[in-house]
Design a protein around this ligand. Structure first.
Ligand SMILES: [Zn+2]
Length: 216
């Protein structure tokens, strides 16, 4: 792949490439640290908590409160050692997710998406990949789940600018997984009944390695 043009277009928080997708790989380490250092880590909600099982509200205010939420999400993601986190996973009913995730070339992507919508792609543009998937809201459980190995999401950055994000490999999986969260779905909802039960059993038998919100 060619080097990034030095005169990149800027539409918002991140530069964009020729096709209008954000360049979320540059300065990932510094950007992730800057977000996280302004935030406070919060405990993670787990399967059964109602906030995870309904569609979240659209983000309509792009101000300091949202900035603080995003910072708290990066801090929480780091504490839980996650590669993606949706707002309802820290109990906030808003369509926002953050990510810090590698693609199939090992490139680290760091960013924020508000009001994400997954782009429907033609079948020939996506191969299914059946890698293992896990979720901070289903602690300690993993299960193979077939998903397209390429994904595109449209939405807004934390300032309200329209953005497009695309990803391959594990990052493609992350974009789909986090968007699902904000519409009230967990990856275990996409498993067979038996696999779902097995995931819940794994969760019940093991201690999470980060703070969680206990269900009533
Ligand atoms: Zn998850």
């Amino acid at each position: 792949m060619a080097q990034q043009d030095t005169e990149q277009q800027h539409s918002g928080v991140l530069p964009v490439d020729d096709e209008g997708f954000v360049n979320d790989t540059e300065d990932g380490e510094e950007r992730e640290a800057a977000y996280r250092e302004r935030g406070t880590s919060r405990p993670i909600t787990v399967v059964g908590n109602p906030v995870l099982h309904k569609e979240c509200k659209d983000v309509t205010e792009f101000g300091p409160e949202l900035d603080q939420l995003v910072a708290d999400m990066f801090a929480s993601q780091r504490t839980a050692e996650g590669v993606g986190l949706a707002a309802n996973q820290i109990g906030v009913d808003l369509k926002v997710f953050v990510y810090d995730c590698q693609d199939d070339e090992g490139k680290r992507h760091v960013g924020v998406v508000c009001n994400p919508v997954l782009v429907e792609l033609p079948a020939e543009q996506r191969r299914l990949d059946d890698s293992n998937e896990g979720c901070l809201s289903v602690p300690t459980a993993y299960a193979p789940l077939a998903r397209p190995d390429y994904a595109e999401v449209t939405g807004q950055d934390e300032k309200g600018n329209p953005i497009k994000v695309r990803g391959t490999g594990y990052f493609a999986r992350c974009l789909q997984h986090e968007t699902d969260h904000l519409y009230g779905y967990l990856y275990i909802d996409r498993l067979s009944k038996r696999e779902r039960k097995e995931a819940l059993r794994q969760m019940a038998e093991n201690e999470p390695r980060y703070p969680i919100v206990a269900n009533d």
